[in-house]
Design a protein around this ligand. Structure first.
Ligand code: NAD
Length: 480
């Protein structure tokens, strides 16, 4: 069985302790492959390497940086099949969407590779005797920490901006599914000069903690839960590293009475991201349906949810796969129990699907609750599982209040054919990204980031690139 290695200072190798772990296939409970398992000393070695490489990479022209970042994109495309297969086995996500994640990673690398010349400063009105202008400089060592739901997409996409901005990077993959990031490390090992990209898998409490608290790390980009994001921010404050946070969501989808039931119910299922078993920050897990159409809408919704093909992730027909781990399964089931106990009505799902395919691994059928009220836990907390809560509403100001009644503010969706409704409602929704008649698609260049406790900063656009730079002001006078 293969053991995937970490990447430090341009060399692939094992952990200093020699430790490895078997990474589990969530659909079967079997070990997919082994992974080198880092500790604090590996994290420190990676920062040593990134620190040593930062001067050379800073002084590499944006043209040359761009070539290397694009080369990694090409390598990912060449190995898209292998990456998708490995990712499917390691995450439980269906194979039919995994190639898309690999191409999204490659697309983001190419997008940022093309933005190098946007790393611009500006000049201020200068006198005859002097010039005053700014430069955008890299921070130096950047740490990127990513969650389990899209490991290969995030491993590629989230290193692109800091590398292009001239920073060296230490990437920490998710402990539940580290393998695709380590295959990316293999593909990247001879692309960049030693130390420019380092990949160290391991537990958050040791590797993550060591990276965040290392005072040589000047900038941290974290994607994960609100809870861990707060820990990261608190710990990074000891040496005042700059931190950006892409955190959780409890996202509303509001269906207005003029929406078409067919299209809107299809979108509500797509926007819930059942494809990733609902393990998606952007999942529209709170669905607000207008009272006038509630019955017809909910009937259609449940039909669609029950038609989803839940199955083994490596089957190309599968539309929804396995839950990442037994802990996550238990967590989701505890929310389903809470929903029932607090008086919500379970219309479908809520238990393991039936059939031989589900005898092993971690499974929950796609689940829909109705009669959900705002105080219930399933209405307030991010479940990060395939559980959709349906609310009923009558008046516009009421639904806007309900939609905003959460600590989260990641995304929002509205379905209406009335332009005036959209124009009126969009500014009132407390969310970083709003779709009108959409399905939670992302568009490279359109920034993605949370308001309120869903995060700080935004990614996927020019702002992300610039956020990995700091400004230097220069006042230049003639020599005498
Ligand atoms: P998590 O917070 O448990 O873990 C995320 C990462 O942080 C992992 O790599 C983990 O090992 C690491 N970590 C844990 N403790 C740490 C510590 N003390 N110091 C440093 N690093 C530490 O999140 P998860 O369960 O992997 O992912 C699910 C969460 O991620 C959800 O809340 C989801 O909404 C969020 N998410 C947000 C976005 C976004 O773009 N906003 C995208 C995907 C996922």
């Amino acid at each position: 069985m293969k053991t995937y290695e970490m990447l430090i200072n341009g060399a692939l190798g094992g952990a200093i302790s020699g430790e490895t772990i078997g990474s589990i296939n969530p659909a079967t409970g079997e070990v997919v492959a082994r992974a080198a398992w880092g500790g604090e000393e590996d994290a420190t070695a990676a920062v040593d390497a990134a620190e040593a490489a930062r001067g050379g990479w800073r002084d590499t022209s944006v043209g040359d940086r761009s070539k290397l970042v694009s080369r990694l994109a090409s390598r990912l495309r060449e190995r898209a099949g292998d990456l998708a297969t490995l990712e499917t086995a390691d995450t439980g996500n269906p194979i039919n969407v995994m190639t898309g994640d690999v191409f999204a990673a490659a697309g983001a690398l190419d997008y940022f590779a093309g933005l190098g010349t946007e790393l611009k400063g500006h000049s201020v009105p200068s006198t005859a005797g002097g010039l005053r202008f700014t430069l955008r400089e890299p921070y130096g060592v950047v740490v990127k920490i990513i969650p389990f739901n899209h490991p290969i997409m995030f491993s590629g996409a989230k290193i692109a901006a800091p590398l292009m901005a001239g920073n060296t990077v230490v990437l920490k993959p998710p402990p539940q599914a580290p393998l695709s990031a380590l295959l990316l490390a293999e593909l990247a090992a001879d692309v960049f000069p030693a130390g420019v990209l380092n990949v160290v898998p391991g537990p958050g409490a040791t590797v993550g903690h060591a990276l965040v608290t290392d005072s040589r790390v000047r900038r941290i980009g974290f994607t994960g839960s609100v809870e861990t994001g707060k820990v990261v921010m608190r710990e990074a404050s000891a040496h005042l590293a700059d931190v950006s946070l892409e955190l959780g969501g409890k996202n509303p989808l509001i269906v207005f009475p003029d929406a078409d039931v067919e299209h809107a119910s299809e979108a509500a299922v797509a926007a819930m991201n059942f494809t990733w078993q609902g393990q998606s920050c952007g999942s529209a897990s709170r669905l607000f349906v207008h009272r006038s159409m509630r019955e017809e809408f909910v009937d259609r919704l449940v039909e669609r949810v029950e038609a989803l093909k839940v199955g083994l992730p490596d089957n190309v027909e599968t539309e929804m796969g396995a839950i990442i781990s037994s802990q996550q399964l238990e967590r989701i089931m505890s929310y389903i129990e809470a929903g029932k106990q607090e008086g919500a009505r379970l219309l479908t799902g809520g238990e393991q699907p039936r059939g031989d395919d589900f005898a092993r691994g971690y499974w929950i059928a796609p689940t829909v609750f109705v009669d959900v009220t705002p105080q219930m836990r399933i209405a307030r907390e991010e479940i990060f599982g395939p559980v959709l809560s349906v609310f009923e509403w009558e008046h516009e100001e009421e639904v806007i209040r309900l939609a905003n009644d959460t600590e989260y503010g990641l995304t929002a969706n509205i379905w209406t054919r009335d332009l005036n409704t959209a124009l009126r409602v969009i500014p009132q929704l407390e969310a970083g990204y709003t779709w009108v008649n959409g399905r939670t698609e992302h568009f490279q260049g359109l920034p993605f980031g949370g308001h309120k406790q869903s995060g700080q900063g935004s990614e996927e656009g020019l702002e992300e690139l610039l956020s990995y730079t700091q400004t230097k002001s220069i006042s230049m006078l003639p020599g005498r």
